[in-house]
Design a protein around this ligand. Structure first.
Ligand code: ADP
Ligand code: MG
Length: 726
């Protein structure tokens, strides 16, 4: 689409937050397309495209400090006029010498002959680059440079943006700065004044400016605090609003029924905790003058949440309603379908499975069954987000259950609520969330907590080892397989990550400028899996599963593993969610220091699901105190809640946000909490939630005139239609 650029007065366009990036000077169709690929469409998106790190150019190094392999800033005066030479076909090299008070260096540019017009003898520049040795001296090749102009201070920190094909750092920086210049003068600050004052936050304009072009680290740090606060505050407000919205809704009547037909089919008795939460759920569902249920069921992996959902579904269906069960992956949907159709099918409840991959004809049949009011009505539909499709309509939906909720973005939850405004909602999460966190993250939900495991569960013996144990570990893996067990090996990422440059200042370390935790190199999972199959276990079946595979391929591998045809499954964390393979007896986690504790706990929960004695081996070469302490926690603690609390203490709330917001990135369709997932300040987070609660109590629908900009911001974040908020 071609957007015609309209010129306003003085030749500049009238730009607002909602102008397309295409409207910026220097952004044509192809750059606009490149921006669109990373989710940036408007100027608003652009000024909220936050740097992933900063180069610290404020610390000037002397040339005499010599080589240390890292890029650094140098304040140099040009000594000689630049000279260009063709060194081979199509390759020019431009050189000149420069000096500081401690020594001289040769500065070199390749295929950038135009720098001859930039550098002249006597001029001073700040360079940023890596020194390399030459015959008898040093060279600075293709450094970044900024002219020193008397009276104009150079910024200490230079933003580095997440890059994408077709967009260099310079292009992004230019576009961001142009957008800031255009938008900031008229930008409204939506944060209520009293809150801003109470926490001494900078204005929104100043904060945004400081994040992209920080004057110094103190300014940057307060700006980041403000933005993180904003995100959490608006997030919590959105939750509160959506709750207020449901209070007026009509709740389906699902009064208590005789549960014994269902309970009698279970091969076990419910635990006390299961009975308690089931009562809470069934109470909520009675309806009448109450609002629809809005409840999250949290409980450790394997504590038996599914049966609680089954009981709620049973009560909904027996009282004339339908139920929907939404899960994040097809693997999990299949598993639930098998389990629940076996349990409920014989009780005369019609269960259907609806997946993205379900053939269109079958989908049509299921949709018809969902809409039917007759004997052929589908009572329970289990599926992935295919359930969110507009084409699926229920004749009498009374209950919606989502499992492993953290995999769905907040936005999906909002979509689901909007679709079934008056149905009961039960959200199940296997991520043990500390209570205080749950209040913040799920402010719109009542919390039920299963804090007891079914009897007779065995502990997964956990060991922490370093790479020197590798041979022994391989032997142990082989023995597991020979004894009829199966092995999971989880690696942190599919490819070697080359992104980390030593001079970066990652956002999450802002407070600890110099404290850099050591990070052993990632095992390239792909190569590792191939190596295991070829060199170590040629006689066994080793397969590899990763997040970028097509859903059907993942399913196929997972099915073979579940069927016992695959002995060793190497994977990235895609197996994390709820998969049940009772024969799996060993979980090996490579580079274990890279995982959050709660995530490790989830992974460990994949084994020990059958009668077999099970093990978890955490492999890590990290020697940092924090890393060691975290792994030690895993070795000695088995309670998911204690682990989650430790995680919160040690790493801050970041991980929980990441989980709650499906990665925190807008591409995923989850709400984009850009920075909060890096937030390590629990107090700030709670303050934001607390202020949101106060604001919502005073003005539940944000209809006060002073709250208009705030309301607009919250609506934008949640992308909820105007009408549904009032
Ligand atoms: P999660 O809470 O992780 O979803 P599940 O619902 O999958 O856990 O339950 C894990 C296993 O525990 C299942 O095999 C289930 O049959 C079993 N289970 C659930 N409740 C009980 C109980 N009260 N006593 C014994 N086993 C139970
Ligand atoms: Mg489950």
């Amino acid at each position: 689409m071609v957007v015609k650029k309209q010129k306003g007065e003085n030749g500049m366009e009238k730009l607002t937050e909602s102008s397309p990036v295409r409207a910026l000077p220097g952004v044509g169709d192809s750059r606009a397309a490149a921006f669109a690929r990373i989710g940036i469409h408007t100027l608003r998106d652009l000024i909220r495209h936050f740097p992933r790190a900063y180069e610290n150019r404020g610390a000037i190094r002397r040339l005499s400090a010599g080589l240390d392999g890292e890029a650094a800033a140098f304040m140099l005066t040009v000594a000689t006029e630049p000279r260009s030479a063709n060194i081979r076909r199509g390759m020019t090299i431009t050189k000149f010498r420069a000096f500081d008070e401690s020594g001289t260096v040769e500065v070199v540019f390749f295929n950038q002959a135009y720098v001859k017009d930039v550098f002249h003898a006597g001029a001073q520049f700040r360079f940023f680059g890596k020194l390399s040795p030459t015959r008898g001296g040093f060279q600075l090749a293709s450094p970044a440079y900024e002219a020193v102009i008397p009276g104009v201070p150079l910024p200490s920190f230079v933003a580095k943006y997440p890059l994408t094909e077709g967009l260099s750092g310079k292009i992004i920086e230019k576009a961001v700065l142009a957008a800031l210049r255009a938008v900031l003068p008229t930008l409204e600050d939506y944060l209520p004044e009293d809150i801003r004052e109470k926490y001494s936050f900078p204005t929104l304009s100043y904060a945004l400016m400081s994040i992209h072009a920080p004057r110094d680290s103190a300014t940057l740090s307060t700006a980041l605090r403000r933005v993180v606060f904003d995100e959490l505050y608006c997030f919590s407000l959105g939750m509160a609003l959506s709750r207020a919205q449901r209070i007026g809704a009509f709740a389906p009547l699902c009064p208590p029924v005789d549960l014994s037909p269902l309970l009698n089919r279970l091969p076990y008795a419910l635990t006390g905790a299961q009975q308690r939460v089931c009562n809470e759920i069934l109470q909520d569902m009675r309806g009448g003058d109450r609002p629809p249920m809005n409840r999250i069921l949290i409980g450790d992996v394997g504590c038996g949440k599914t049966v609680c959902a089954a009981i709620a579904i049973y009560q909904a269906v027996r009282t004339g309603h339908q139920a929907a069960l939404m899960v994040p992956t097809e693997i999990l949907a299949n598993q639930h379908y098998k389990e629940l159709s076996a349990l409920l099918g014989d009780l005369g409840i019609r269960v259907e499975l609806l997946l993205g991959s379900t053939p269109e004809r079958e989908k049509k049949r299921i949709r018809a069954a969902a809409e039917s009011e007759g004997a052929d009505r589908a009572d329970l539909i289990i599926g992935t987000h295919a359930l969110l499709s507009d084409k699926l309509r229920f004749s009498a939906l009374g209950l919606t259950v989502t499992d492993e909720q953290h995999r769905f973005g907040v936005r999906q939850r909002a979509a689901l609520k909007q679709k079934q405004r008056s149905s009961h909602l039960l959200v199940m999460s296997a991520t043990p969330i500390p209570r205080t966190m749950a209040l913040t993250l799920y402010g719109d939900l009542d919390v039920s907590h299963i804090d007891e495991m079914p009897p007779g569960r065995q502990r997964v013996a956990t060991y922490v080892v370093n790479d020197s144990y590798r041979e022994r570990l391989y032997g142990f893996m082989r023995r597991q397989v020979e004894e009829g067990g199966q092995v999971y090996i989880v690696c942190p990422a599919v490819e070697e990550s080359a992104e980390e440059e030593p001079t970066d200042l990652p956002l999450d370390r802002l407070d600890l400028l110099d404290v850099r935790e050591e990070r052993p190199p990632l095992k390239a999972a792909t190569a590792y899996a191939a190596h295991l199959q070829r060199e170590v276990f040629p006689d066994l079946s080793v397969e590899f599963l990763h997040g970028r595979m097509k859903a059907a391929e993942k399913e196929a591998v997972m099915r073979r593993f579940a069927a016992g045809e695959v002995h060793i499954l190497v994977s990235t964390t895609v197996i994390e969610v709820g998969v049940n393979v009772p024969r799996a007896s060993l979980m090996v986690v490579e580079n274990a220091e890279r995982f959050g504790l709660s995530q490790l706990h989830q992974l460990r929960g994949r084994v020990g699901r059958g009668d077999r004695k099970s093990y978890c081996v955490l492999v890590s070469d990290a020697t940092g105190d924090t890393a060691r302490a975290r792994l030690e926690t895993m070795r000695t603690t088995y309670d998911g809640y204690r682990i989650a609390e430790k995680d919160l203490e040690q790493r801050g709330p970041g991980d929980f946000f990441a989980a709650a917001c499906s990665g925190g990135f807008r591409q995923s369709g989850g709400m984009s909490l850009h920075l909060s997932y890096l937030c390590s300040d629990t107090a700030l987070m709670h303050a934001a939630a607390e202020e949101a609660r106060k604001t919502a109590a005073r003005d539940p629908s944000l209809s006060l005139p002073t709250h208009a900009p705030l309301r607009a911001e919250v609506e934008r974040l949640f992308a909820i239609e105007e009408a549904t908020l009032s």
